[in-house]
Design a protein around this ligand. Structure first.
Ligand SMILES: Cc1cc2nc3c(=O)[nH]c(=O)nc-3n(C[C@H](O)[C@H](O)[C@H](O)COP(=O)(O)OP(=O)(O)OC[C@H]3O[C@@H](n4cnc5c(N)ncnc54)[C@H](O)[C@@H]3O)c2cc1C
Ligand SMILES: *[C@@H]1O[C@H](CO)[C@@H](O)[C@H](O)[C@H]1NC(C)=O
Ligand SMILES: *[C@@H]1O[C@H](CO)[C@@H](O)[C@H](O)[C@H]1NC(C)=O
Ligand SMILES: *[C@@H]1O[C@H](CO)[C@@H](O)[C@H](O)[C@H]1NC(C)=O
Ligand SMILES: *[C@@H]1O[C@H](CO)[C@@H](O)[C@H](O)[C@H]1NC(C)=O
Length: 617
C-alpha cells in the first residue's frame, strides 16, 4: 500500500517578521484553537479581555472537505492540515512491527504501510493524526458526542476537594455550549442557545423488521439484556440525556455528532469566526500559521523568591515549521522568532502531545529529562508528559454474502459480564463500513458487503504512556509511547474479547442473503465456525492490533500531595504563576468513550475559573 508523502514543494518557510522588536501585549494569550483553547479564547474576549489566540495551522472553515461531515476521513488524511505523529504502542520493537498498518518511509516520497517493507525503507511507527487547523481535531474528527462517566468528573473532586467538578454540576457547561438541533426545545438536560450544534442520526430504519440490520439489532438486544420488542424505540434513546444510573445501563442510543441537522460540522472554528465577526467588536486577535516555541517566564532566583511567572510566549511565524507536518521541508531554516506578552496569563491548549512538549521545552517538566537536553529548569514537574491515557479501540470486521441492509448505525453502550466495575465498558457502533485504526490513506474499503462493529473500551486500567522530548528543539516531534496494556492489560483484553464474542453472536441472526458472513478479524474464516477462534487467540489479536485516537492526561489535574500532578483543580500549572493548561491533557483519566465534548465542557469551565481569578486580582 503506497500513499503520496509530499505535495512537492508546498509552502516554503519564508515569512516576514519584525525580528526581536515585538512589544505586543495582551491580557491573555491562548495557545491552540482546538476544543480546549478555541472556545476559551473566544469567551475571554467576550468578557472584555484583550485576548490573543495563536494557532499553528490555517483556517479550513470554508473548505467542504472539513465542513461536510460525510468526508471526515478525507479531512483526517488531508496534507493541508495533517500533523503525523509516529507513535509506539509498546517498548517491544518486535511487537511494534506486527501492527498491520505500521508505516515506513520509503525514501522516495511515499509511505509503505504493512508488514513486508521494501529493504531500504525506514520504519516510522504507527500514524497518529492530529489536525493543525483553526478548530483543532474537532475539524477532522468523527464528531461523535458522548458524555464522560459521572465518575470521571467525581474523581477530580476526590483528588482535589474541589466540588465544582461534581458530575451534576458539569452538565451546566454542556448545556451552556449546546445548540441542540435534534430534540424539541424544553428538554431540561440540553441547551439550545450555545454555539455548538448537535444533531442525531436517523434511526427510523429500525422499525422495518425485514432488514438484516434489524435482525442483528434485535438479537443484540437479547444479548445485552434489552427487550427486543422495544429495539426500534431504544435505538432513538438520547445518548446525551440525563438518566439516573446512566453509566450502569446497557442500551442502544442515537448517534449524536457536533454538526447541524444540515450535515455541516459545528466546531470551535465556527465559534471563533463568529466572535471575530461579531458587531460588538470583541477584543479577540487570531494569529494563524504561528507556532509557539516557548513560554517566557520572569526570572526568579534565590531563596524565598516568588515562583516564576509566565509573561508571554515566543513564536515562529510561517507554515509547516513543525516537523510533524508532512509538508515540512527538512533542513529549511526556521523563521526568526518573535516574543509576544501577556499581562495576565498564558494558557496552553496544544493538545495531549503538544502541551507537554511546550511545557518541557520551556523548562517545566521532569528535571532529568530537561537537563539531558540542556534545558534550564524553571520548575521540576515529573508528571509533565507522563500518564498518557487513551481509550483502546478495536473492531470485528466481516464480509456478508450480500450487502447488510442497515441504512444507518447501531450504536450501543454496554457492559461485558467480566467488566471490572458495575459500569458499562464498551461503546460500539455497527454498520456497513470498515474502521481498523489509522495509517496514511486509511480506511480500507472492502466493498459493499463489508460490515463492522467498531469498539471503544471505556476506562482503560493502564495509563502508562508518555510524551518525551527527542531534543530541546521545539520544532522536533516528541517520542510518544502509549504502552498499551502495560498494567492490568489481560483484564482489559478479556473485556474486549467478551465484547467481540457478544457482537459476533448477534451477527449470526442476520439470515440470508447476508449470511454466511466471512469474518476477516479477529477470527478469519466463516463466522462462528473457526475452530481456532479461542479467546486467547482473539486477545492476542487485540493486543497487537488495538489502536486509539483519544489521547489525554499528559498534563493532568491531580492532588496536592501527588508529585505527578501537573495542574491544580483550576488548571493552574503547579509551581509557577500565570500559566494554565486547558485541553485533553488536563484530564486525570480519559473521559468516558469520546473526549471531544468533555474537552469543550472543560474549556467552558476554565472560562469561569479564569474570570473568577481575574475579578479577584
Ligand atoms: C482522526 C480523529 C478522529 C476523532 N474522532 C473523535 C470523535 O468522533 N469524537 C470525539 O469525542 N473525539 C474524537 N477525536 C478526539 C478529539 O478530536 C480530541 O480529543 C480533541 O480534539 C482534543 O482537543 P484539544 O483541544 O485537546 O487538542 P487538539 O484538538 O489537538 O487542538 C490543539 C490545537 O493546538 C494547535 N497547536 C499545537 N501545538 C501548537 C503550538 N506549539 N503553537 C500553536 N498552535 C499549536 C494545533 O494546531 C491544534 O489546532 C478524534 C481525533 C482524531 C485525531
Ligand atoms: C470518591 O471517594 C468516595 C469516598 O472515599 C468513594 O466512595 C468514591 O468511590 C470515590 N469516587 C471516585 C469517582 O473516585
Ligand atoms: C416485509 O416483508 C413482508 C413479506 O415479504 C412484506 O409483506 C412487507 O411489506 C415488508 N415490510 C417492509 C416494511 O418492507
Ligand atoms: C532573565 O535572565 C536572562 C539571563 O540573565 C535574560 O536573558 C532574560 O532576558 C531575563 N528575562 C526576563 C523576563 O527578565
Ligand atoms: C485460524 O485458522 C485460519 C485458517 O488456518 C487462519 O487463517 C487464522 O489466522 C487462524 N486464526 C487465529 C485467530 O489464529
Amino acid at each position: 500500500m503506497r500513499f503520496r508523502l509530499l505535495s512537492a514543494l508546498a509552502a516554503s518557510a519564508a515569512v516576514s517578521v519584525v525580528n526581536g522588536q515585538a512589544s505586543e501585549t495582551y491580557d491573555y494569550i491562548v495557545v491552540g484553537s482546538g476544543p480546549g483553547g478555541g472556545p476559551l479564547a473566544a469567551n475571554l474576549a467576550k468578557a472584555g479581555y484583550k485576548t490573543l489566540l495563536i494557532e499553528a495551522g490555517g483556517d479550513e472553515g470554508d473548505n467542504p472537505t472539513y465542513y461536510d461531515m460525510m468526508t471526515f476521513n478525507e479531512a483526517a488524511n488531508d496534507e493541508a492540515t495533517r500533523w503525523d505523529f509516529w507513535v509506539k504502542h509498546s517498548d517491544d520493537p518486535a511487537r511494534e512491527l506486527k501492527f498491520k498498518y505500521t508505516t515506513y518511509d520509503t525514501g522516495d516520497g511515499t509511505f509503505y504501510v504493512g508488514n513486508n517493507p521494501p529493504p531500504e525503507a525506514k520504519h516510522l511507527g504507527i500514524q497518529y493524526p492530529r489536525a493543525a487547523v483553526l478548530g483543532g481535531c474537532a475539524m477532522h474528527n468523527g464528531a461523535v458526542c458522548s458524555l464522560p462517566q459521572d465518575e470521571d468528573w467525581n474523581l477530580i473532586v476526590n483528588l482535589t476537594g474541589d466540588t465544582s467538578w461534581e458530575a451534576h454540576k458539569m452538565r451546566q457547561y454542556y448545556q451552556r455550549i449546546e445548540r441542540n438541533e435534534y430534540l424539541a426545545t424544553g428538554n431540561s438536560a440540553h441547551g439550545y442557545n450555545g454555539w455548538l450544534k448537535t444533531a442525531a442520526g436517523d434511526t427510523s430504519w429500525a422499525k422495518n423488521d425485514n432488514l438484516t440490520g434489524t435482525k442483528i439489532l434485535k438479537e443484540l438486544a437479547k444479548l445485552t439484556g434489552q427487550d427486543p420488542a422495544k429495539a426500534a424505540e431504544l435505538v432513538g434513546s438520547d445518548i446525551l440525556g440525563d438518566y439516573p444510573n446512566r453509566d450502569q445501563i446497557s442500551s442502544f442510543y442515537n448517534m449524536v455528532q457536533h454538526s447541524g441537522k444540515d450535515g455541516k460540522r459545528s466546531s470551535p472554528n465556527n465559534y471563533i469566526r463568529a466572535t471575530l465577526a461579531d458587531a460588538a467588536k470583541y477584543p479577540l486577535t487570531l494569529k494563524l500559521h504561528t507556532f509557539v516555541t516557548k513560554v517566557l517566564f520572569t526570572n526568579s532566583t534565590g531563596m524565598g523568591a516568588a515562583p516564576p511567572r509566565a509573561i508571554g510566549v515566543e513564536v515562529v511565524e510561517g507554515t509547516s515549521v513543525y516537523r510533524a507536518d508532512p509538508k515540512h521541508i527538512r533542513g529549511a531554516k526556521a523563521p526568526p522568532s518573535k516574543q509576544i506578552f501577556a499581562s495576565k496569563e498564558v494558557i496552553i491548549a496544544g493538545g495531549a502531545f503538544n502541551s507537554p512538549q511546550i511545557l518541557k521545552v520551556s523548562g517545566i517538566g521532569p528535571r532529568a529529562e530537561l537537563e539531558k537536553f540542556g534545558i534550564p529548569v524553571v520548575k521540576d514537574l515529573p508528571g509533565v508528559g507522563e500518564r498518557l491515557a487513551d481509550n483502546y479501540e478495536g473492531s470485528i470486521l466481516a464480509l456478508g454474502n450480500a450487502p447488510v441492509d442497515l441504512p444507518g448505525l447501531i450504536t450501543l453502550i454496554f457492559r461485558t459480564p467480566n467488566a471490572a466495575t458495575k459500569n458499562r465498558n464498551i461503546f460500539t457502533w455497527c454498520g456497513a463500513f470498515s474502521f481498523e485504526g489509522f495509517w496514511p490513506g486509511f480506511p480500507n474499503n472492502y466493498g459493499p458487503n463489508q460490515f463492522t462493529c467498531a469498539m471503544v473500551h471505556i476506562g482503560p486500567k493502564s495509563q502508562a504512556g508518555s510524551v518525551r522530548l527527542t531534543s530541546a528543539d521545539p520544532l522536533d516531534t516528541p517520542d510518544i509511547n502509549f504502552n498499551f496494556f502495560k498494567n492490568s492489560g489481560d483484564a482489559d483484553l478479556a473485556e474486549f474479547v467478551s465484547a467481540a464474542n457478544i457482537l459476533r453472536d448477534s451477527w449470526k441472526a442476520a439470515g440470508a442473503p447476508a449470511t454466511p458472513f466471512k469474518e476477516l478479524h479477529p477470527c478469519p474464516g466463516e463466522l462462528g465456525k473457526t475452530a481456532n477462534c479461542t479467546d486467547a487467540a482473539q486477545a492476542e489479536f487485540f493486543k497487537l492490533q488495538a489502536y486509539s485516537h483519544h489521547a489525554s492526561s499528559t498534563c493532568a489535574i491531580g492532588a496536592d500531595d501527588d508529585k505527578m500532578a501537573v495542574l491544580d483543580s483550576k488548571f493552574r500549572v503547579r509551581g509557577v504563576n500565570g500559566l494554565r493548561v486547558v485541553d485533553a491533557s488536563s484530564f486525570p483519566v480519559v473521559p468516558g468513550a469520546f473526549p471531544v465534548l468533555p474537552t469543550m465542557m472543560l474549556s467552558e469551565k476554565a472560562t469561569d475559573d479564569i474570570l473568577a481569578d481575574a475579578k479577584k486580582a
